[in-house]
Design a protein. Structure first.
Length: 396
């Protein structure tokens, strides 16, 4: 491994066996036919990256996408199911700020214990203790049992201890998600002061913190390496993917919760068949021409055929409804196969919209189907549901 590289992971994977019942482990272990009772969960899949001396790597992704698992493998807490990892130098992992604190011991006793565990020499203890005491800044409470501390006091003491060891590689997992603003700024200042002497792996949901002091970014998605590169590019990629997921989730929720506001769907196949209907685009901009293409085949001669198109917002507010009867359009010809196009100007403001095609003959309903939803692209300085066609006039 190159001497400038302190961490190198090669095709790291972590697989957990999930059992429906605890006893399934026993049944699987002693089954003479090697029957499998577990399901495999891939917490990490084929992850590779390098960390050079003096660099800071940000690892970002949604909860449950493998960040903590990867950190534990790097720290030596877990072993990978597949792949190899090489590290150079001493690693200090702050996976939970207060995990190293003993509740029954005082603050001072906890400091001394942790420093001795980490190999700090006796002649350096006094200086280190003073350094941690100043950082924690909890006054006389330093001589009281940790079990009497508030969560903020524990966090300050835990961070001070963890960063006093002067490791070659420092792993930080959401340490800035706890404590007040002043504590977070104090932690950031401490981390920045140590950057010249060590490499850092930093996990956070705060994109501003990642952008502040990370050189590169690794984005994990469902345990896989989705992006690995410069911090600004990685953050941009992650935010774009998150926005896409929000749009997809909103569409899914709209489809799942749509029935209460659009009513029942039906189709009288004895009288109408081959019904197709679709908007010509998925996304429009204000003032675009929108086209809904409709075609169907009638198996009889209608008396008073009407086509209606009601349109709602994604949360069920009706915006408008268009129907051929209002416009006095007559579809009652002898032609039993109809191809119809509805063209409208897009006056809808940015939002997701749902529409239905409703075909009736007089008072008899023939068909009512849900169209694919359409959306209107975002545009600044627009408010409400629609932007009406308008002109401005001035004496100037």
């Amino acid at each position: 491994m190159n001497k400038n590289i302190v961490i190198k992971t090669q095709h790291i994977s972590k697989i957990y066996k999930l059992y429906d019942q605890p006893f399934d482990r026993v049944k699987e272990a002693f089954n003479p036919f090697k029957k499998q009772y577990h399901k495999e969960f891939h917490a990490l899949k084929d992850v590779s990256f390098e960390l050079k001396r003096g660099e800071a790597l940000g690892i970002i992704g949604r909860n449950g996408n493998g960040k903590s698992t990867l950190l534990k493998i790097i720290a030596g807490v877990l072993t990978p199911s597949n792949g190899h990892i090489n590290t150079r130098g001493r690693i200090s992992a702050i996976l939970e700020l207060t995990s190293s604190l003993k509740a029954e011991l005082t603050g001072i006793e906890n400091i001394e214990l942790n420093l001795k565990i980490n190999g700090i020499k006796q002649q350096d203890l006094k200086t280190k203790i003073k350094e941690i005491e100043d950082f924690a800044d909890i006054g006389e409470y330093i001589y009281q049992p940790v079990k009497t501390y508030s969560s903020g006091m524990k966090s300050r003491l835990g961070f001070g201890i963890a960063t006093s060891v002067e490791p070659d590689i420092l792993i930080l997992d959401e340490v800035l998600a706890v404590g007040d603003f002043n504590f977070q700024q104090k932690c950031l200042a401490k981390i920045n002061s140590m950057r010249d002497d060590m490499s850092i792996i930093f996990v956070s949901h705060s994109m501003n913190s990642v952008r502040l002091f990370c050189d590169n970014v690794l984005v994990l998605d469902k345990g896989e390496k989705a992006f690995y590169g410069k911090a600004d590019d990685g953050i941009k990629y992650y935010l774009e993917q998150e926005e896409k997921k929000k749009v997809q989730l909103k569409k899914k929720e709209t489809k799942q919760n749509i029935k209460p506001f659009y009513g029942d769907l039906f189709h009288n196949e004895e009288k109408i068949t081959d019904v197709t209907h679709s908007w010509d685009k998925e996304t429009y901009s204000l003032d675009d021409e929108m086209t809904l293409n409709i075609s169907f085949k009638l198996l009889y001669k209608p008396k008073n055929l009407i086509i209606g198109i009601p349109i709602w917002t994604s949360d069920g507010n009706m915006v408008t409804s268009i129907n051929s009867d209002y416009d006095k359009i007559n579809f009652n010809s002898d032609n039993r196969i109809l191809n119809v196009s509805l063209k409208i100007k897009c006056v809808f403001n940015p939002e997701e919209y749902t529409s239905v095609i409703s075909i009736v003959d007089g008072s008899e309903f023939l068909c009512r189907k849900l169209n694919e939803s359409f959306s209107v692209a975002n545009k600044p300085r627009v408010f409400g549901l629609v932007t009406l066609p308008h002109t401005w006039d001035s004496d100037e």
